[in-house]
Design a protein around this ligand. Structure first.
Ligand code: UD1
Ligand code: CA
Length: 468
């Protein structure tokens, strides 16, 4: 067994992102760039994983606080990739085994490719194995220079390359398997006599060759995997690749995506079979969707758990909420955090729920605001109902017990309880509890003035409305 130590470089300043936020913290398909790399590394079950941070180090560390086994090393100032790896010397130089060097901004690399690299490295007993690929347009990358026998001789950076070397299409991915023995002492011998005045890790190859150590290159034909991200344009390109793959996996698992090109499904989302997802839907975070659901165009769900046989009509927004089996939502429903829509419940157009539980089979079909409310089973909430949950200082609770009926355009001034089976008359402003089984009515009484229009005409000369 070879101990595996993963080192990820992420200290560089990413000028081309034009961002106050460190590049590796930018979002790619629902995960930070660096998290894509960390997930890949995790699958390799390394003995240690070390992230070299420098630029905005504190931000990066804070954002990755949840990755408890990750070690951080600071590189300051940032003097090049060779210098960056050298910063791990105190952690790794006494170890045995292999260092796998990754970049924080190369997110698509697959675990399978890395396993192949490690296997090739161990089989050949090389001191260093470089992962390479051939690109139609190799501009910007280090070129792989091979000797007459085809052996890796050295790596030349774009800026240091001759016109002839620039013609080489095999490029350095920057990913390497490196044996720990002799690594750090050789890194100390890197020089800065190059166009950028940096300590290039790539020069390790030539140094090893001088010392007659074995260096190998593994050339793979999956260039997309090796692409790094330098700008927001590349970030969007990469996001499209991740999305396409993700959507293909989802469809192959038995889910219909009506328009995969406009469907955004984050990495950790799960969807049951025979669910249909319409165009322009975004399923984010830890969202889980059951089987046989329909989610129509333009919905966004973030950290939502949805049961089976649920229908969500167009343009609903749901966040940190749960929806029970057979429920029906939308169009244009807004389900805010800590809300629970019960089994077979209905939430219709322009209804907003906040921190509210709607019981089994209950309905709020049109134009309502239900906040800080506990609503039982079989409740009917009429159009225009509002829970007045905020008194300017506190958020107060509304309780509506099983089977109650709230007439349209009612204002329920919390804290207040509507008892089981009680009725609230339409247009009421309810400020006191309504007991179970009672009718609560709280609105102005209606007066009809008989013959009002003709009287008004004779006393003021005004015309009745129908004559205007
Ligand atoms: C590097 C390689 C190049 C390869 C390319 C692949 C060198 C000298 N060149 O070039 O052969 O084709 O990657 O993408 O290695 N970093 C630090 N500290 C530093 C400098 C860089 O941590 O002092 C990190 C960066 O944050 C980045 C990675 O190392 O994650 C690569 O650095 P970058 O400057 O982008 O190297 P390239 O010029 O692209
Ligand atoms: Ca780069």
């Amino acid at each position: 067994m070879h101990d595996l130590h993963v080192v990820i470089l992420a200290a560089g300043k990413s000028t081309r992102m034009k961002s106050a936020r460190p590049k590796v913290l930018h979002d790619l398909a629902g995960r930070m760039l660096i998290e894509h790399v960390l997930h890949t590394a995790r699958a390799l079950t390394a003995t240690s994983t070390t992230l070299v941070v420098g630029h905005a180090a504190e931000d990066v560390k804070a954002a990755l606080a949840g990755w408890t086994t990750l070690q951080f090393v600071e590189q300051s100032p940032q003097l090049g990739t060779g210098h960056a790896l050298l910063q791990t010397e105190s952690l790794l130089s006494a170890k045995k085994g292999t260092v796998l060097l990754l970049y924080g901004d190369v997110p698509l690399l697959s675990t399978g490719t890395l396993q192949r690299l490690l296997e090739a490295h161990h089989t050949s007993h090389a001191a260093a194995t470089v992962l390479t690929t051939e690109l139609a347009d190799p501009y910007g990358y280090g070129r792989i220079v091979r000797d007459a026998a085809g052996h890796l001789e050295r790596i030349v950076e774009e800026r240091d390359a001759s016109a002839e070397q620039r013609e080489i299409r095999e490029i350095n991915s920057g990913i390497y398997a490196l044996s720990v023995s002799h690594l750090f002492e050789t890194l100390h011998r890197l020089a800065t006599d190059n166009a950028q005045g940096e300590y290039y890790l790539t020069d390790l190859v030539a140094l090893y060759r001088q010392e007659h150590r074995k260096v190998e290159a593994l050339c793979v034909d999956t260039p997309d995997e090796l692409r790094g991200i330098n700008s927001r344009v590349e970030l969007a390109d990469m996001a499209r690749i991740v999305r396409d793959r993700r959507n293909a996996t989802i469809m192959l698992s038995g889910v219909t995506l009506q328009d995969p090109d406009t469907t955004y499904i984050d990495a950790d989302v799960t969807i049951g079979i025979d669910t249909t997802v319409g165009p322009g839907v975004q399923l984010q975070g830890s969202t889980t969707i059951g089987a046989r659901c329909t989610i129509l165009a333009g919905c966004r769900l973030r950290n939502v758990s949805v049961g089976d046989d649920v229908t969500i009509l167009d343009h609903c927004v749901l966040t940190d909420a749960a929806v029970g089996d057979g429920a029906r939502l939308g169009p244009f429903a807004h389900i805010r955090p800590q809300s629970v829509v019960g089994r077979s419940a209905h939430v219709g157009n322009f209804v907003e729920l906040k921190k509210t539980t709607l019981g089994t089979g209950s309905k709020a079909n049109h134009l309502a605001y239900l906040g800080d409310a506990v609503i039982g089973d079989g409740v009917n909430v009429g159009a225009g109902t509002i829970t007045c949950n905020y008194d300017g200082t506190h958020k107060n609770r509304t309780v509506i017990e099983d089977g109650a009926f709230i007439g349209s355009n009612s204002a329920l001034v919390a804290p207040v309880t509507i008892g089981a089976g009680a009725y609230v008359g339409a247009g009421s402003t309810i400020t006191r509890d309504v007991p179970a089984g009672a009718l609560g009515v709280a609105r102005g009484h209606q007066h009809n003035k008989e013959d009002w229009t003709s009287t008004r005409k004779t006393t003021t000369g005004a015309k009745p409305p129908e004559a205007q």
